[in-house]
Design a binder for this molecule. Structure first.
Ligand code: AKG
Length: 260
């Protein structure tokens, strides 16, 4: 582990974020980058068709099922000890999006925002992660985080945010972990090259996931994953849709008793 669990918890409590460098192998980063470009074209066609092209430019959503590398990343569990500690036990994938920060484009991620709408202060409901596929620099619009702002219920003023938010710089393969209550924004790019990242978010199992990953992959595929991957994909926290699915012995229940 690149950071002791105690130090991780202390940093999360005080600043609301940590950066872990050199965690994801370059070979996997390269494959995720290729898969991301294809997934963007796929998502973009649907964004345009459904009339929401304006605010979604250069954003991608729900990559599980859109390229083998994303599932491979999830299955690598690079930050599992930290997530397990943060949630004091089981957690699930809440969403798996991505951003391709490009010069002269603006989308909703450039606004100052936080990613959980029910403010939970120190009780962790959701956590953001961001895997850098390219080096993050000031020039290419590294993510801006306002340290300690997970403790602020109200959105900070633009002027305050731009004065005190810091760009999180790191080489490709780094993972930024931050409390979803932290106020943040994508930085503006002045670079001619893309600044790409994938942004898996994780939550306690009883928080509604933004996408039904077990249904996307197929319930029957659950058996082919490791116990931990099955857990993180949400196979232990499904919603029954018939009485037959509901009336099952504990081992076969769709929502297991250890999911909070
Ligand atoms: O692309 C970025 O720098 C910010 C991403 C973001 O806002 C998010 O993941 O919520």
């Amino acid at each position: 582990m690149t950071m002791e669990l105690k130090q991780f918890s202390r940093r999360m409590k005080e600043k609301g974020w940590v950066l872990l460098q050199g965690l994801v192998p370059p070979n996997l980063i390269a494959r995720m980058t290729i898969d991301l470009e294809a997934a963007y074209l796929h998502c973009r066609a649907i964004q345009e068709l459904n009339g929401i092209a304006g605010d979604t430019e250069n954003t991608v959503h729900h990559l599980i099922g859109q390229g083998a590398s994303f599932l491979e990343y999830l299955d690598g569990h690079y930050i599992h000890p930290y997530l397990e500690q943060h949630f004091s036990g089981n957690y699930v994938l809440n969403s798996f999006g991505a951003a391709l920060n490009k010069q002269q484009t603006k989308n909703y991620a450039h606004n100052i925002h936080r990613d959980v709408r029910s403010y939970s202060r120190e009780f962790p409901l959701i956590i953001n992660t961001l895997v850098m596929l390219d080096d993050f620099t000031e020039e290419n619009g590294a993510t801006l985080l306002l340290s300690g702002s997970h403790l602020l219920e109200e959105k900070p003023e633009e002027g305050y945010f731009s004065a005190y938010a810091e760009p999180i710089l790191g080489p490709a393969g780094s993972i930024l972990i931050f409390d979803s209550n932290v106020w943040h924004a994508a930085g503006k790019s002045r670079s001619f090259t893309n600044r790409r990242s994938v942004t898996p978010m994780y939550s306690r199992p009883f928080v509604k996931s933004q996408f039904d990953y077990p249904r996307v992959l197929g319930y029957e595929r659950g058996a082919e994953f490791s116990e931990l991957t099955r857990q993180v994909l949400g196979y232990n926290a499904r919603i029954p849709a018939s009485l037959d699915e509901w009336y099952q012995p504990p081992a076969k229940r769709m929502y297991k008793s250890n999911q909070g």
